[in-house]
Design a protein around this ligand. Sequence first.
Ligand code: ATP
Ligand code: MG
Length: 292
Amino acid sequence: MAALEDTRVESSDRPVLELVDCGKSYGNVHALRGVNLSVRQGEVTCVLGDNGAGKSTLIKIVAGLHEHSEGTMRVNGEERSFGSPRAAQALGIATVYQDLALAPLMAVWRNFFLGNEVRRGPFLDIDEMKRVAGEELTKMGIIIPDLDRPVGSLSGGQRQCIAIARAIYFGAKVVILDEPTAALGVKQSGVVLKYIVKARDAGLGVIFITHNPHHAYLVGNHFVILKLGRVVLDAHRDELDLDRLTAEMAGGQELDELSHELRGSDPGKVAPAHEVEHGGVPAPEADRADGA
Ligand SMILES: Nc1ncnc2c1ncn2[C@@H]1O[C@H](COP(=O)(O)OP(=O)(O)OP(=O)(O)O)[C@@H](O)[C@H]1O
Ligand SMILES: [Mg+2]
């Protein structure tokens, strides 16, 4: 823990991860263009954007799944290009994918050590792995009564938290969370947001991908909005408030156009039943058959 604190202080002014003028094309689709991004340890960098904005493409480059086709990526000031996810992991970049975060059929402790198993001679040291997994999860306040339970039986929020705890324990410098709250309800989202803060306080650089400006603003130090593959906003917390972030995210101009289009359609109106039957949604097959 102390070691992590030290790294944080040492490198807080130099980005741990930096993209300069990065681009990525898939054939003639420019998924990303001219993207600049700085991620610092001990900070939460939120990447926001609508569907197709390029968020996942950005993550794939940083996680080593795809190589960028233009620009430069630096890790701790050194230029890098990852040929594989392993190369990114070796430099301390951990990625928590929404669905693939963990192996659902395996026990909690097994998932915690997946790919980093502890051995005693030729055998897996199961007792040790259970002990450490239990200790680390408890330290983060994640209560899982039975570590032998398959991860698939846990809630989506708990799974995300285990993946975050694992990244911290194995010494990640950067943890990328791809829409960790997208499929969660309010309460579980809150739990995941709490662990995002814990990862930040442990000195990690957190990249939090989300559609949700409210979630971003609850935990973010730094906000980047992507639109059609370009950065349209890059601001620190003291430069904007939640209203501005929400407006930028919604695309101020597009909202104006939409409100113009919807003008005259009273949002408070409740359509009378006969309008629904005749002019609105077609009646279900069964009803029509009965009525005939
Ligand atoms: N493998 C691919 N081949 C071709 N085009 C791709 C590929 N992956 C992404 N794209 C295109 O690149 C653009 C950015 O996609 P990306 O998945 O990065 O967006 P996103 O911001 O993650 O969207 P969402 O919120 O829907 O997940 C889109 O136009 C998409 O169709
Ligand atoms: Mg995506």
